[in-house]
Every structure is written in structure tokens, then in C-alpha cells.
Design a protein around this ligand. Structure first.
Ligand code: FAD
Length: 466
């Protein structure tokens, strides 16, 4: 065999897994169909979206809150071309960093489209038409996902777009219609709303980010509404049509009427589908379900034991850090270690402003499962740190077991919630009670005091500053 491990796909799951394999002494190759490494996350996902979120937030703050800080600016303008060029620079630097890491760890980086010849052989079709065949003792499918759409909303990548095109628009839309108010819709809708676009969210569910704790969705809607956005909840899109210089979106309302929305761009953000196209899974004796998702067992093994799969192409949250944990898990499993992933404690983050971050059970889940629970909440507006920075929207909410006080879930919408959630993950990994956290000193003034105060509130309704 040429390799101990061949990994198809260089996203966060693939490249992290490759590095861990190399650290463990396994001869490893990574196959990537695109010219740059890093997958969806680094090229058209996490990193570029955060770059544009940061830039647009600077602009919004300059326009809306700098004056109150005593900073006067004249003639403030958006240079979208420069904003996107900076974002591209960040992507470039980050993807080159992965190439550096591959070299450093002596991992072979092979560019081209990989497909199975048999259960140990992968054929790589390169851009110049040539082919290379390599064999491996173990194979990891880390091929990720692609944006999903429905036949009623055909993507033309010009006016009816996915997140990938939304990261590279030639102009600020006058009216951006966003179908789906989940994480990606909320984030990219926020970018353009901050830059001055009218943004309309059409969502089949009854709130934004509908899979998260309901309190978060409600609070986020309030914040995004301040950007001037409109919401059409419980509305169903029936047709999306690009008429040339505009997009017409036909929508069924909850009371049975039909309306149309006219915009210049329509972002379809209705989810992503596992990507296994062209892998020739059958040649290896592998199966994917009708959506392309690969079945794996608790050790991330497919039905062919030396072939593993991870990340967006398998069950579970479509998140970069989930894929990364799985990459490490597979490498350690291959060498006979006994790694563990606590899926329930993988945090979920939305990088709007305020940010939303959560870990553990939602209130809806504990109710549904009949777990006895209590809650404690603390609003950011009661926090000195938040008033100092004028980031007073949002709250921290803690769910704890009614009898044992063990923390069951933490849901934060507020400034730097994405970073703050790490404390909740640590606490929950160590099975802390709300009282445990409430007795730990939190630096003052910091946003993290909101978590401590929410734990105090959950312990015995003992919040100090409220
Ligand atoms: P991917 O990153 O999708 O990588 C798969 C790679 O495999 C790709 O490079 C692809 O080209 C390659 N490939 C596929 N088939 C083949 C083949 N046959 N041969 C060779 N190569 C192949 N997640 C977060 O955790 N935080 C965020 O902030 C976040 N923001 C996001 C924003 C947007 C706009 C989007 C779209 C996604 C975001 N995500 C975020 C999700 C995150 O990007 C994915 O969960 C993550 O990239 C999945 O990693 P992966 O390794 O499974 O696959």
C-alpha cells in the first residue's frame, strides 16, 4: 500500500485528521479537488463570512454609534470591492497556512477529483486531464457538503444565489431577499443589512435560527430588525424567478394568500446537503442514503471497516469544529486509541451582532424529554462592561437540573457570545452545577459576568446586579 491513510477532502475535518494521522506516525495523503486547501470553511464558509461580518460591523458602528462615543466622521462610504478584496486576502493567508501545515507534517497534498476504484484504491483525476492512482490501508471520506436548493428556487449564481456568491457580490443589493433565516441566512443577511441593503427574510418556521432555543431566536429577531430587516415567518416560497434585472419571489402566507416580493438578489439559504457526487462509492461497497449522507457507526466507520467518514458528509451538526473533532477521532482510532467525542457539548454559534452561542439542551428539549429543570437569565444591559461598550442587547440563559443543579444548557445572545460559550463547554464537560460556576471569580468588568450572574439566578434566584 502507498499510504497508511488517504483522506479525500481537505476541509477542517480532512486537514485536521491528516495532521493528527501524521503526528501519530501514519503515512498520509490528502486529496483535494480545488486548488486551495481548507474546504468550505476556509474558502467559502466560516472564514470569509466572518471577515465580511467584521468589516460590515465596523461600518455599521462607524455610521450608527461612533458619534455617541465622541468620534466624528464625515463622508463615510462603503468600498465593497476593497471589503471583498480584504476578505479574499484573509482566505488566501489562511488556506496557504494549511498548505504549510501539510508540508510541515510531511503529508502528501494531491490536487484532483478523487473516486474509489475499489475499497483500497483511489483514482485522482487532475485538472490537466491526467490521472493518478494511489492505495491506502485506511481511507477517510471528508468530502463535506454543498448548498441545497429546491426545484422551485433554481440557483443561477447571478441573482438567485447561494452563500458562495453572497460572499462575492459585485454591488450592495438594494433589496436582498433571504430564503431561510437559519445561521447562514442570518449572518449573510446581516452583512448586507449593515451595509445599507433592505433585507427580507422568508422563513418556513416561526422564528429566526429555529433549531436553537426559542429565546435566542426572538432576541436575535429584535436585533436584526434594528438593521431594518423584514420578516416573513411561517411563509412558504413557491417560486423564485430571475426576470433579468430583478428577482420575483412568490410566497404563500400563513393565512392562505399568495404574495410576491421583488428584489435584486435572492439568497437561498435553506440548508446544505452532504456531497458524495462522483465518489463511485459502490466500487468500494459503500452506501450513501438518498441525500448523499454516508452512514457511520459510533467509531465513524462505514459499512467497510477500514473506510471512515466525517464532518458534513455524515450525521450531526454541520460545523467545522465538529468535523475537526471527528478528524482527530478517526486518526486516534486507526492507531488503536480510544478517543471520545461528547456530541451534546459541541457548541453552536451564530456570528451576528449580538452573537448567539449555545451548548447543551434547549429549553424546548428539556421540556419535551420531561427533565426537571430550572432557569436563570441575566440581561447584558445590567452589566457595566456592556454599557461601557454600548453592547446592551441580549442575555445569558442557563438551564440547570431542578434537583442536582447540574448545568444542562447555556444559551447566550450578546457581545462576544461566541468566545464566551467556551466557559460553558468547560463547565459542562466537568459536569459543573450552576452553583459551582456562580462561586467562581469572574473578572470585572467582563461580558463573562453575565454567565456567572445567570448561574446565580439559576442556583437560587441570587443574581447580584439585577
Ligand atoms: P468541507 O469543509 O466541505 O470540505 C470538503 C472538501 O472536500 C472540499 O474542499 C471539497 O472540494 C473536497 N472534495 C469533495 N469531494 C471531493 C472529491 N471527490 N475529491 C477531492 N476533493 C473533494 N461552521 C462553523 O463551525 N463555524 C462557522 O462560522 C461556519 N460558517 C459557515 C459559513 C458559511 C457561509 C458556510 C457555507 C458554512 C459555514 N460553516 C461554519 C460550516 C462549515 O464550513 C462546515 O461545517 C465545514 O466546512 C465542514 O467541514 P468538512 O471537513 O466536513 O467539509
Amino acid at each position: 500500500m502507498d499510504y497508511d491513510v488517504i483522506i479525500i477532502g481537505s476541509g477542517p475535518g480532512g486537514y485536521t485528521g491528516a495532521i493528527r494521522c501524521a503526528q501519530l506516525g501514519l503515512k498520509t495523503a490528502v486529496i483535494e479537488k480545488y486548488a486551495t486547501l481548507g474546504g468550505t470553511c476556509l474558502n467559502v464558509g466560516c472564514i470569509p463570512s466572518k471577515a465580511l461580518l467584521d468589516s460590515s460591523e465596523h461600518f455599521y458602528n462607524a455610521a450608527h454609534s461612533f458619534a455617541e462615543h465622541g468620534i466624528k466622521l464625515n463622508d463615510l462610504q462603503v468600498d465593497l470591492g476593497q471589503m471583498i478584496a480584504r476578505k479574499n486576502g484573509v482566505v488566501d493567508q489562511t488556506t496557504k497556512g494549511i498548505t504549510f501545515l501539510m508540508k510541515k507534517n510531511k503529508i502528501d497534498e494531491i490536487h484532483g477529483f478523487g473516486s474509489f476504484v475499489d475499497a483500497n484504491t483511489i483514482k485522482i483525476k487532475k485538472d490537466d486531464g491526467s490521472e493518478q492512482t494511489i492505495t491506502g490501508k485506511n481511507i477517510v471520506i471528508a468530502t463535506g457538503s454543498k448548498p441545497m436548493s429546491f426545484p422551485s428556487m433554481p440557483i443561477d449564481k447571478k441573482r438567485v444565489i447561494t452563500s458562495t456568491e453572497a460572499l462575492n457580490l459585485p454591488e450592495i443589493p438594494k433589496h436582498l431577499i433571504v430564503i431561510g433565516a437559519g445561521v447562514i441566512g442570518a449572518e449573510l443577511g446581516s452583512v448586507y443589512a449593515r451595509l445599507g441593503a433592505k433585507v427580507s427574510f422568508i422563513e418556513f418556521a416561526d422564528s429566526m435560527i429555529p433549531t436553537m432555543d426559542k429565546t435566542m431566536g426572538k432576541e436575535l429577531q429584535r436585533a436584526v430588525k434594528k438593521l431594518g430587516a423584514d420578516f416573513y415567518f411561517k411563509h412558504k416560497v413557491t417560486k423564485v424567478e430571475n426576470t433579468g434585472d430583478e428577482v420575483v419571489v412568490s410566497v404563500d402566507t400563513p393565512d392562505g394568500k399568495s404574495i410576491t416580493l421583488n428584489g435584486d438578489y435572492c439568497l437561498v439559504s435553506v440548508g446544505r446537503r452532504p456531497y458524495t457526487d462522483g465518489l463511485n462509492l459502490e466500487a468500494a461497497g459503500l452506501k450513501a442514503d438518498e441525500r448523499g449522507k454516508i452512514e457511520v457507526d459510533g467509531n465513524l466507520r462505514t459499512n467497510v471497516p477500514h473506510i471512515y467518514a466525517l464532518g458534513d458528509v455524515i450525521r450531526g451538526a454541520m460545523l467545522a469544529h465538529k468535523a475537526e473533532e471527528e478528524g482527530t477521532f478517526i486518526a486516534e482510532t486507526i492507531v488503536g486509541q480510544k478517543p471520545h467525542i461528547h456530541y451534546r457539548l459541541i457548541p453552536n454559534v451564530v456570528y451576528t451582532w449580538p452573537e448567539v452561542a449555545a451548548v447543551g439542551y434547549t429549553e424546548e428539549e428539556v421540556k419535551q424529554q420531561g427533565i426537571p429543570y430550572k432557569t436563570g437569565s441575566f440581561p447584558f444591559k445590567a452589566l457595566g462592561r456592556a454599557r461601557a461598550s454600548m453592547d446592551i442587547d441580549g442575555l445569558a440563559k442557563v438551564l440547570a437540573h431542578k434537583e442536582t443543579d447540574e448545568i444542562l444548557g447555556v444559551h447566550i445572545i450578546g457581545p462576544r457570545a461566541a468566545d464566551m460559550i467556551a466557559e460553558a463547554v468547560v463547565a459542562m464537560e466537568f459536569r459543573a452545577s450552576a452553583e459551582d460556576v456562580s462561586r467562581m471569580s469572574h473578572a470585572h468588568p467582563t461580558y463573562t459576568e453575565a454567565f456567572k450572574e445567570a448561574c446565580l439566578a439559576a442556583t437560587d434566584n441570587r443574581a447580584i446586579n439585577m
